[in-house]
Write a protein that binds this ligand. Structure first.
Ligand SMILES: [Zn+2]
Length: 334
């Protein structure tokens, strides 16, 4: 006889359930979706398309089905957060409104923020070898299979108030991880849902924000990420329920740790540049000598994004400058 699958949900506050959905790998690890019962029955994030059956099973164990969900609210436009939305809507057999921030609409509706050729140009400037251009395309194809794009029906922005089940939540615009990342704050209860903006077990990525009409990003993800953290600190939440990993009881200690790591990364990048000028790719390989294996193309993307977004900050502070040589940017200390 088959053993019944383990229970993957827990009531974290009256009428609010955390549902842990599988996601391959340990960084960031399984996704948390949150079900708010009451009116309107709300699902905060959905997991990937692949984990939709697990979501359906756990909802069933709570006495709910896809047809009971009255709105889907998204913290941001990454596949592990919106990937199952369309299959939930199909399962519901009627339209279910999807709410997200306007600036992540493109990600949710089309999967990519900028055309693939923009990625290739950006990779060349970062000094990434051609082999990884090709493998990144394969990663993108794999990602596509983990999510179905869906329409955003209503956009939400900073300071909006929305009902999540029977709780009133304030939308807190927390860009940095993506352009349109939002957190939700239940003021009376002191509970924060930060999406991927604050995670307890790893430092979240402030992804490079590429432009459709320009090779280099204009926006500074790291700066926005830390500004958003300061905004969260002011709210002083009692507890945060992130989109991956366990609840975070000491939000300000976690934020302090992120700041320390940020300073340390910058120091390491400067140490590397003290040995001479280099490309973003080469700096990254020195900074993260251990990355290898099956996930290498994805790790390279994350690495380049992290190094470049730090260099943006150092450049703004007039600590580094770059020259273009043979199609790539070489950074040096000033
Ligand atoms: Zn994310």
């Amino acid at each position: 006889m088959n053993k019944p699958a383990r229970i993957r949900h827990k009531e974290i506050h009256p009428g609010i359930f955390r549902i842990i959905l599988p996601l391959q790998g340990t960084k960031p690890g399984p996704v948390n979706a949150y079900l708010f019962t009451g009116k309107p029955v709300t699902l905060l994030d959905t997991g990937t398309l692949k984990s939709a059956p697990v979501l359906e099973r756990e909802l069933g164990r709570m006495g709910f089905g896809f047809s009971d969900i009255e709105q889907i609210v998204l913290t941001h436009g990454h596949i592990d957060h919106y990937g199952a939305a369309l299959s939930i809507i199909r399962g519901a057999g009627r339209p279910v409104p999807v709410l997200a921030h306007e600036e992540d609409r493109r990600l949710i509706e089309h999967g990519l923020e900028v055309p693939e050729k923009q990625f290739a140009k950006y990779y060349s400037l970062m000094g990434v070898p051609l082999i990884f251009h090709v493998s990144l395309l394969l990663v993108q194809a794999l990602f596509k299979s983990m999510a179905e794009n869906c329409r955003v029906d209503r956009t939400i922005s900073d300071a909006d108030r929305i009902m999540l089940g029977s709780y009133e939540a304030t939308v807190v615009g927390t860009p940095g991880h993506t352009r349109g990342s939002v957190s939700f704050f239940l003021e009376k209860e002191g509970i924060l849902f930060p999406g991927d903006h604050i995670l307890g077990h790893i430092t979240p990525n402030a992804f490079v924000m590429l432009e459709a009409d320009y090779i280099l990003p204009r926006r500074m993800s790291q700066v926005e990420f830390y500004e958003s953290l300061a905004k969260i600190e002011k709210l002083s939440p009692r507890i945060a329920y992130p989109a991956h990993g366990s609840p975070i009881e000491d939000v300000s200690a976690t934020i302090a740790m992120f700041r320390e790591q940020f300073a340390l990364r910058q120091k390491h990048i400067i140490d590397i540049l003290e040995q001479g000028e280099n490309t973003v790719y080469r700096i990254g390989r020195k900074l993260f000598p251990d990355i290898r294996g099956k996930r290498l193309p994805l790790e390279i993307f994350l690495m380049v994004s992290e190094v470049y977004t730090h260099l943006q900050v150092l450049q703004k502070e007039n600590a580094v400058a770059s020259n273009k040589k043979k199609g790539a940017l070489y950074f040096h200390l000033i």
